[in-house]
Design a protein around this ligand. Structure first.
Ligand SMILES: [Ca+2]
Length: 318
């Protein structure tokens, strides 16, 4: 894969940037031998849609890729009021150093229409979806055009938790909590699914040496990643007392590049939508105590040093 001899995998990144989304997008754009970013679809999540659609373009321009189409999608969950996470990401979603407003335009087409059209156009089984936020765009596309569902190669997403339980409520991880109906539909769609839950992202912590590694690249992008992870880290250190912040979303792209860094179990995962107390909980049958059919490769562990080595090397290419 590294020598460019294999065909890069076509992906759509569905995202709500977010500093960790931004790093995930940079990692993908720095890795053209392995992944070909067909487009980026923005969704409301960490901050409202207007900001996530803007932030995605800021990141593309930072990476030197203004040609990547960025489509704005759903501005609210399917059946709920939008919940955002400015308390983590700051008011803009990309708080940290101030970057210029993007000059690249937003694509005209709605993100859902783009997802549907792309999956119908590309050969069956050649497009991987990479959701990094609430699953509203993906579930809406599946509902509007069920014919695209069997055409998806794989979904590799960040969301959910089992051992680490919740980060937005005691029971739920943010992405799944924000739009549980969308998550339920996606987890039930029958598409091969790889899930990066908090159980794994909480093992990919941006410790001081990792942040120093980004800064030591001596590049504009390296400095930016260091500054973003610095900002992000403050919140988590205060909240969890951990030695750094989990770098959630880049785990999705890292899995596409080096799946051997990760390990997990193929298990059944269901989404709680009814209970007010546990809304958005990913009920993961990690111990195989039900006879429910497996529907997701639920990742539980990561080689954190290998992950950061990959990330730092790739960020250095931009
Ligand atoms: Ca995200």
């Amino acid at each position: 894969m590294q020598d460019g001899s294999a065909t890069p995998r076509n992906i759509i990144i569905d995202t709500d940037p977010g500093q960790d989304d931004a790093v995930a997008i940079l990692l993908a754009l720095a890795s053209p031998n392995e992944v070909n970013v067909l487009g980026i679809t923005a969704v409301a999540g960490n901050v409202p849609l207007e900001l996530t659609a803007k932030n995605a373009r800021i990141v593309c321009e930072l990476a030197g890729h203004p040609e990547i189409p960025v489509h704005a999608g759903c501005d609210r969950p399917i059946a709920r009021t939008l919940v955002t996470a400015e308390h983590v990401h700051g008011k803009t979603g990309l708080d940290g150093p101030v970057l210029p407003d993007p000059t690249m335009p937003l694509a005209d087409q709605h993100a859902v229409a783009f997802i549907i059209e792309t999956l119908r156009r590309e050969p069956e089984g050649t497009v991987t979806l990479c959701p990094l936020g609430p699953l509203t765009n993906i579930a809406t596309a599946f509902a509007e055009a069920p014919d695209i569902i069997p055409r998806v190669a794989e979904i590799v997403l960040m969301g959910g938790a089992y051992f680490e339980v919740g980060n937005i409520t005691p029971a739920a991880e943010f992405n799944i909590y924000v739009d549980p109906e969308a998550a339920k539909a996606v987890f039930a769609a029958g598409v091969p699914l790889v899930v990066m839950p908090l159980d794994v992202t909480h093992k990919a912590l941006t410790t001081a040496p990792h942040i120093a590694g980004f800064r030591a690249l001596g590049t504009r992008v390296g400095d930016m990643v260091a500054a973003w992870t610095d900002f992000f880290e403050r919140f988590d250190k205060e909240k969890y007392g951990s030695e750094g912040a989990p770098l959630h979303d880049p785990c999705v792209i890292a899995y596409l590049l080096q799946p051997e860094l990760f390990s997990g179990r193929l298990i059944n995962v269901e989404i709680e939508v009814d209970s007010p107390l546990t809304r958005g909980m990913t009920v993961a049958d990690w111990w195989g105590v039900t006879d429910r059919a497996p529907n997701a490769l639920f990742i539980g562990d990561v080689d954190a040093e290998g992950f950061f080595a990959l990330l730092t090397e790739r960020i250095g290419r931009l």
